[in-house]
Design a binder for this molecule. Structure first.
Ligand SMILES: O=c1[nH]c(=O)c2[nH]c(=O)[nH]c2[nH]1
Length: 307
């Protein structure tokens, strides 16, 4: 998207970040559905004169972009997935303004979950969960689409069935080999859907909402293994790969999965003084840390995927 100006290459975009909106829907029976979104918009548009010639006549004001978030939220009379909202917004910008060639919409959904009171789902009560659902929709004027959903802040811990052995040992290595350790991480996942045009997106309004739940379930089931026996993890690397592979194997409309899984260390506690050992580690007392942490990430894609 670079263009030539005054003998230079020039690339530009403008948008609005962190536009916060909440939308409430009410059924006739009085059941409420609420979402809270943090929206980012970035537009590629022909407005080079604003940079070069003090001429703003081709600029979509970022304040207008912000207003559009609220206007489009108002227009959505039925509950819809965060993916569908992102696509709707992006579609608006590329079709409404002749100057806009590509619209990128990023949204993070705040995890409001219906509360259970006396074993019953509450009609209008919600509590904040932990991990967040994310989406990025990139829409071009041609109708070409790139749709990437994700999860962030998915913190998981297992207290056994994890080890790390056989790594390089040299004069700097102090880490003992082990077949028994805690494994903790905060998963950030991104998965790219195979729908490459606006017209190919599934019509079912809550399709991507269900997919989000299903992908999370597959990631978690693979991380933990069956409830009674678990599954042994020889490294974060191996577990990450299994999780990405399970996602691609399970969902034919996902082409590519990126996982970031920091290794959040729980250090064995051993304390001694001159009188002897005060605490001897026996897989029981740990020092939880967040820094430093290992950082492990990978992307697994189908052969034909573009990510
Ligand atoms: O699963 C692990 N992968 C590593 O690359 C690594 N490095 C390290 O010190 N501990 C671990 N654990």
């Amino acid at each position: 998207m670079a263009e030539r100006v005054e003998g230079f290459n020039f690339e530009q975009r403008h948008g609005k970040e962190r536009v916060r909106v909440a939308r409430l829907w009410k059924t006739k029976e009085g059941k409420h559905y609420v979402v809270e979104w943090r929206v980012g918009i970035s537009l590629f548009s022909d407005c080079v004169n604003s940079y070069l010639r003090d001429d703003n006549s081709d600029i979509v004001a970022t304040d207008t972009m912000k207003n559009t978030v609220y206007a489009k939220a108002k227009e959505c009379s039925e509950i819809l997935s965060v993916e569908n909202f992102a696509i709707e917004l992006a579609k608006h910008f590329i079709s409404f303004y002749r100057q806009v060639t590509t619209a990128i919409v990023n949204i993070v959904e705040k995890p409001w979950e219906r509360i259970i009171v006396d074993g019953q789902p509450h009609m209008h009560g919600f509590k904040l969960g932990s991990e967040r659902h994310t989406v990025e929709a990139i829409v071009k004027k041609s109708g070409a689409l790139q749709l990437t959903s994700g999860v962030e802040g998915l913190s998981v811990l297992k207290t056994t069935k994890s080890g790390f052995e056989g790594f390089i040992r040299d004069k700097y290595t102090a880490l003992p080999e082990t077949r028994e350790r805690m494994l903790a991480t905060e998963v950030t996942g991104l998965w790219r859907y195979s729908y490459e045009s606006l017209s190919s997106v599934p019509q079912k309004p809550l399709y991507f909402m269900e997919r989000y739940g299903d992908v999370k379930r597959v990631l978690l089931e693979t991380f933990f293994g069956p409830p009674n026996v678990g599954v042994y993890s020889p490294s974060v690397q191996s577990t990450l790969y299994q999780m990405a592979r399970a996602t691609l194997n399970r969902f034919p409309d996902i082409d590519s999965v990126q996982l970031k899984m920091p290794n959040i260390h729980f250090l064995p506690v051993n304390i001694s003084n001159t009188g002897g050992q005060i605490v001897k580690f026996n897989d029981d007392v740990y020092l939880p840390t967040d820094e430093p942490h290992g950082s492990i990430q990978a992307t697994l894609s189908r052969f034909w995927s573009k990510m």
